[in-house]
Design a protein. Structure first.
Length: 296
């Protein structure tokens, strides 16, 4: 399944607390990384959001940001007169003791801790309500975010499969050029070995003779590499079509194996045309890798 690591969504919900807005944005990352930014009043819910987000994706860097436009009853504060008077009394005593003018800026005193009571809610008492509210908000944002990632993944799939078709064509061309080259090279090597043995006056049993020929040809025979490439291409397609999970990491591993086979093949071949085809195959694999690096 092709799912991009890049996505964005925004959801909103109305509640008795006001308007809650939640944004999800994600980018490519090798591992799973989560950043949660909540209003100060909801800071204690950060672990809860982390736990929920871990289940939504495998890898990528995602940021969750929540904003609250508080309802009117949560905006206006009330002055605690008892605390204000206590502050003022202590300040007056200090000024008398220091022989200072007995004048106090009351507005400044309202900034002291405890003087201005902002409306608050009992978080423990309303935990269940908040959990339902946050759950609904997150579910809506996550659904839109996932939909965007899947749409982007669908575009990536088209790009990747187009490059894979080109790679498969190149591999088939290498094989078609290699088969006649292999037979000719095998016959030529057999003739050279026979000629060398005759000149040295050395005779070998037929079985031993063929065994030595096989050992020599193994150093330039690419039949096994071509067979493994066919297997890797088939596995790549099957992995990408698996709807159970996102295949980005697995596809990356398969491309690494394909690249290893092409490098081995390239090191064995002396034919100039086939070696150029191997270069084209490597370039094709690099383009595939660039695309799947964006997949989860």
């Amino acid at each position: 399944m092709y799912v991009s690591m890049t996505g964005f969504s925004r959801s909103q919900i109305q509640s008795s607390y006001g308007t809650l807005s939640l944004e999800l944005s994600s980018v490519n990352h090798r591992y799973q990384e989560i950043a949660v930014r909540l209003p100060r009043e909801f800071a204690g819910w950060e672990p809860w959001f982390h736990q929920k987000m871990r289940k939504l994706f495998r890898r990528g860097k995602i940021q969750l940001r929540m904003e609250v436009l508080w309802a009117q009853q949560f905006k206006s504060g009330r002055i605690n007169k008892d605390v204000l008077l206590a502050y003022c009394g202590e300040l007056m005593d200090i000024r008398r003791g220091l022989a200072l003018p007995l004048s106090i800026d009351v507005e400044e005193v309202t900034q002291y801790p405890g003087v201005l009571d902002l409306p608050r809610f009992d978080e423990e008492k309303e935990a269940r309500t908040l959990e339902e509210l946050f759950g609904e908000l997150l579910a809506d944002a996550a659904a839109s975010w996932q939909k965007m990632r899947e749409a982007e993944g669908s575009h990536l799939r088209c790009e990747v499969l187009a490059h894979l078709d080109e790679f498969e064509r190149i591999a088939a061309e290498i094989e078609s050029r290699w088969l006649p080259t292999r037979d000719a090279a095998f016959s030529a090597m057999k003739a050279r070995v026979s000629e060398a043995l005759e000149k040295m006056g050395v005779g070998l049993e037929e079985a031993r003779y063929m065994q030595e020929i096989v050992l020599l040809t193994d150093k330039w025979d690419i039949s096994e590499e071509l067979a493994r490439l066919r297997s890797h291409i088939s596995k790549f397609k099957a992995t990408g079509d698996d709807e159970a999970e996102s295949a980005g990491r697995k596809l990356d591993f398969i491309v690494q194996e394909m690249n290893r086979e092409v490098n081995t093949l390239d090191s064995k071949i002396a034919d100039a045309e086939i070696r150029w085809l191997a270069v084209d195959a490597k370039a094709c694999l690099e383009r595939i890798r660039e695309q799947i690096q964006n997949l989860e």
